[in-house]
Design a protein around this ligand. Structure first.
Ligand code: AMP
Ligand code: ZN
Ligand code: FE
Ligand code: FE
Length: 271
């Protein structure tokens, strides 16, 4: 029985790990199937597909899409779509450009608040990948304005905090249409992280989303049971992944989630 981690980040978004390191660690943890789901970026797939092949790791095309639903930021994981799809590629490029502009706006707000952080340093930390608040948070920690990434979110970057700037997001129907037209699969990421999730998650499934990410470090046993039952009842399936961000988050989670291949048939039959 092969084991999968379908939610991993790299330097192409807001993790501190190079893509190769992710593949090496996955192997060390006994994982056979890996999806690198960077925010708004498929670059890791192209970077390491041959490397993963050589090491016997099945790499599944993936991305994590930021969507808006009733004012809440909902993350959808897209899998096994056509990685060469130009419409997806163009849309992601637009989002990455918007992320870059937003990063500069956040830095301007921070400078207005007296924080000595530079757009250059933030861009350097993002390294040409999808720029996000975790990069700004790291620059704030480096400059001594926060004690940790989560302290930077609490003080400045979290929703409603003084340097918060909205991000461009997909609507749910647009994300569903774009990925399904490319024969891909969508799963609701970390379902318990949304305010009012017990109401929202069932509603999201009505849009045609295919699965729920039941296995995630932030989903406890009770909610795993809740959403496993919901998925079964609604004719959906379940996915799982560690959402590892390397040292960009307080805990490194790679290896903590191992999903048996028998649960993710609809994804595997597409790759
Ligand atoms: P962005 O996509 O730029 O809005 O940044 C969102 C990312 O920031 C999420 O994917 C999380 O990885 C991270 N994040 C959000 N809230 C926090 C928090 N309170 N502490 C640490 N990281 C966070
Ligand atoms: Zn992230
Ligand atoms: Fe997420
Ligand atoms: Fe994630």
């Amino acid at each position: 029985m092969r084991l999968a981690d379908l939610h991993l980040h790299t330097l192409h978004s807001d993790s501190t790990r190079p893509a190769r390191e992710v593949i090496d660690l996955a192997r060390e943890h006994g994982l056979d199937i890996v999806a690198i789901s960077d925010h708004d970026n498929t670059a890791a797939y192209f970077e390491i597909k041959p490397y993963a092949d050589d090491r016997g790791v099945l790499l599944v095309p993936a991305i994590e899409l930021s969507c808006g639903y009733e004012g809440t930021d909902v993350h959808l994981l897209a899998y096994a779509f056509d990685i060469f799809d130009e419409r997806i590629d163009n849309r992601l490029r637009t989002f990455r450009e918007a992320r870059f502009r937003r990063g500069i706006q956040i830095v301007e707000k921070l400078r207005g608040l007296g924080c000595d952080v530079s757009a250059e340093r933030v861009a350097q930390l993002a390294g040409g990948g999808a720029l996000g608040r975790p990069h700004v948070a790291r620059a704030l920690v480096e400059a001594g304005h926060a004690t940790s990434v989560s302290d930077a979110f609490d003080k400045f970057l979290g929703t409603g905090r003084p340097a918060y700037v909205e991000k461009a997001r997909f609507s749910i129907p647009e994300a569903v249409q774009l990925i399904h037209e490319s024969d891909g699969i969508l799963s609701i990421a970390h379902p318990t992280l949304y305010r009012d999730h017990e109401r929202i998650v069932p509603e999201l499934l009505d849009f045609g989303i295919d699965a729920v990410e039941v296995f995630h470090p932030d989903v406890d046993e009770e909610n795993r049971e809740r959403y496993r039952n919901l998925a079964r009842f609604r004719g959906k399936f379940v996915t799982g992944g560690s959402d590892d961000h390397g040292a960009a988050k307080e805990v490194e989670t790679i290896g903590s989630i191992k999903v048996p291949e028998s649960l993710i048939g609809p994804i595997l039959e597409r790759v």
